[in-house]
Design a protein around this ligand. Sequence first.
Ligand code: 6PG
Length: 265
Amino acid sequence: MTAGGEARQQVVLPDADALVQEAAQRFVALARNAVSTRGMFRVALSGGSTPRPLYELLAAAPYRDQIDWSRMQVFFSDERFVPPDSPESNFHMAYDALLSKVPIPERFVHPVATVDISPQESADLYEEGLRRVFEVGLTEAPRFDLILLGMGPDGHTASLFPDTEALSVRDRLVAANFVPKFDSWRITFTYPLLDAAHTVIFLVRGADKADRVREVVEGTATLPAAGVRVPEGELIWLLDAEAAARLPEGKAGPDTESRQSGDRT
Ligand code: 6PG
């Protein structure tokens, strides 16, 4: 719709099932394209509740069999600073829903270190790991083939929450971010890393996000999620009808597509 910052392309799906089907099809297409053009698919998974059904879809036929899991490197766009076996852990959710069910080599799954380490050391370690896997130096941001993101009702994305320090970090790829509303630390991708991606897909479901979605699409938002611009890549918002409900009728944006159930890309 408009240049950088707002939702450049939004696709409205009739319901949550159609939303994750659309996301799964796009995930497979991006994975196949990355493997055929770059030999590897490097993806960052999001946490929260919205992506879980997507991960469960990808772990089962037909999508499971359409992906070359041996050519996939998995990172996490953010992590709660809890042990990996905690029900709060984004790694734990993705492992349970997907990574434990597909033949992805263990060395290609990169959880954030959260045990016997400080938040800052964890962020530094994660950034070092990213640079090593992507084989980039200190002056270049790794370009993920896909970064999956969600958005909270307050407009946060990854663990970039309103009024927190990590929003202003421009010289690091990964930050330790203290989130007062949870009185806890998070490890999060920063805008330079998010914006370097080839493709960022926001997966947003539910009426409680509708106001924020409208602000982002209309370009009036100063929300963390609106700060993701991906100037050299694709920025796609996949919305269910509830999350898109406050978009001005028919004026969601010239790039808005609305899909009815049964439509396929
Ligand atoms: C997290 C996520 C977070 C999430 C939003 C939306 O660690 O919680 O990375 O950024 O995407 O909070 O969460 P829901 O999908 O549960 O609404």
